[in-house]
Structures are given as structure tokens and as C-alpha cells.
Design a protein around this ligand. Structure first.
Ligand code: HEC
Length: 221
């Protein structure tokens, strides 16, 4: 009696086990669904990876382009700054040159300016020197002879005495008759204004030049 009971127990255990197995087996199709989806997912992830890498490549190219643009821009800025600096340096150098050479606009060298500054012109002596000029010039206003009137000549632009027919060389010389340019001119007029029709060899003595300039100044005031 006991053994029958026992075998019933075992068979009901067996049945329960089968039921459990059956239950497990029933869930089998559910487990196989993700397995079937795996290749698709893999494909998708490959595609995603490809898209991502393309995107990264695009972004990298764009970033490289931006960097190149930035480098170019920076180079342009550096170049502009350098040009500006050079221009400023040139301007500064010109300012310095002007400061060092106060007579730069007279068109004569520092040497001549210094030489003239060291001399004192004597108008009375200059009257005698002027006898060398008198065959062609007078100091009376408006009286042109072979050469133009030298009245008020200091401070005038070359070629500007009214009624006198100048050579092109003199008229277009661009010279202003300052004491310094006159001092340089009178040493050797044909060298200072190549092509001038003033047929006078010049005054080689610097003191004579300073004296005649003093005379011309005195006669004009
Ligand atoms: C032989 C004649 C002659 C003698 C001498 C002469 N000159 Fe002249 N001079 C001229 C002539 C001509 C001109 C005009 C030059 C020209 O147009 O190229 C001239 C021009 C000048 C000018 C420039 C005038 C201007 O308006 O641009 C000056 C300054 C001058 N002479 C000063 C003198 C002085 C100072 C002397 C004497 C030391 C002198 N000359 C002696 C004939 C002479």
C-alpha cells in the first residue's frame, strides 16, 4: 500500500516535471525572435557606424577647412600688421629725417645747409659782388633785362617773375629760392639747374655767395 502511494507520488512528480518542461518549451519561439533579429540589428549597427563615420569625416573635413580659413585669416592679419608696422616705421624715419634736416624742403644737402649757416653775409660786400650780375640783372622791381628782376627773389618760386621768358629747365625746376637753395645754385648754376640759359659760371667763393644773398635780401626789403 505504501509503495503504490509512493509510485503515485513519483508519477505525479514526473507529470509536474513534464508540465514544467512543456511550459519551457512553449516559451521557445519567444526566445528565437531576438535571435532572428540579430543579423538585422548587426546590419543596422554597421549602417549606423558607417553613417557615424561619414559624419565624423564630414565634420573633420569641415573643421580642417575652418582651421585652414583661420590660418589664412591670421596670416593676412599678420601681413597687414607687418605692412602697417613697416609704413609706420617709414613715417617715423621720415619724421626723424625731417627733424634732423630742417631744410629738407629746400632740396639741398645738410652739408650745404650747415656751410651756409656757418657764414654771415655782408650786404655791403654783396653790393660789390652784384656787379658780376649787373650785366643781366637789376634789383628794381619789374625790370627784367637779359635775366629777370631779382627784386624779392628770396622766398619766390623759381621761374615766377612776371614778364620774363624763362627756359623750361628753370620754369619747371620746382625750386623755391630760399637762402640755402640760392647759396647752392650760385656756386654753379648749370649744375643746380641743368639746361638753364643763365650764362654765368657761378661764384665759387662761399663768402661771396653769402654776401650777395645778404645784398639781395637788403635790396628787397
Ligand atoms: C649773362 C647773364 C647773367 C648773369 C651774369 C647772371 N644771370 Fe642770373 N639769370 C640769367 C638768366 C637768362 C636767367 C634765367 C634763366 C633761365 O630761365 O633758365 C637767370 C636767372 C637767375 C635766377 C633765377 C630767377 C628765377 O626767377 O627763377 C637767379 C636767382 C639769378 N639768375 C641770380 C643771379 C645772380 C645772383 C647773379 C650774379 C652773381 C646772376 N644771376 C648772374 C642771366 C644772368
Amino acid at each position: 500500500m505504501r509503495s503504490i502511494q509512493g509510485s503515485w507520488k513519483s508519477s505525479s512528480l514526473l507529470a509536474a516535471s513534464l508540465l514544467v518542461l512543456a511550459a519551457c518549451g512553449g516559451s521557445e519561439p519567444q526566445q528565437s525572435a531576438p535571435e532572428a533579429a540579430a543579423p538585422e540589428a548587426a546590419e543596422e549597427s554597421v549602417e549606423t557606424a558607417e553613417a557615424a563615420s561619414e559624419e565624423v569625416a564630414d565634420e573633420t573635413a569641415e573643421a580642417a577647412e575652418d582651421a585652414a580659413d583661420a590660418v589664412e585669416e591670421a596670416a593676412t592679419e599678420v601681413e597687414e600688421a607687418a605692412n602697417e608696422a613697416v609704413e609706420e616705421a617709414i613715417e617715423a624715419a621720415e619724421d626723424v629725417a625731417e627733424a634732423v634736416t630742417p631744410a629738407a624742403d629746400t632740396g639741398v644737402s645738410d652739408e650745404i645747409v650747415a656751410q651756409y649757416a656757418a657764414l654771415t653775409g655782408d650786404a655791403a660786400q654783396g653790393r660789390r659782388v652784384f656787379t658780376k650780375c649787373m650785366s643781366c640783372h637789376v634789383v628794381q622791381e619789374g625790370q627784367n633785362r637779359v635775366g629777370p628782376s631779382l627784386y624779392g627773389i628770396i622766398g619766390r618760386d623759381a621761374g615766377s617773375v612776371e614778364g620774363f621768358r624763362y627756359s623750361d629747365a628753370n620754369a619747371n625746376s620746382g625750386i623755391t629760392w630760399t637762402e640755402e637753395t640760392m647759396f647752392a645754385y650760385l656756386e654753379q648754376p648749370q649744375r643746380f639747374i641743368p639746361g638753364t640759359i643763365m650764362a654765368f659760371p657761378g661764384l665759387p667763393n662761399p663768402q661771396e655767395r653769402a654776401d650777395v644773398i645778404a645784398y639781395l635780401k637788403a635790396e628787397s626789403s
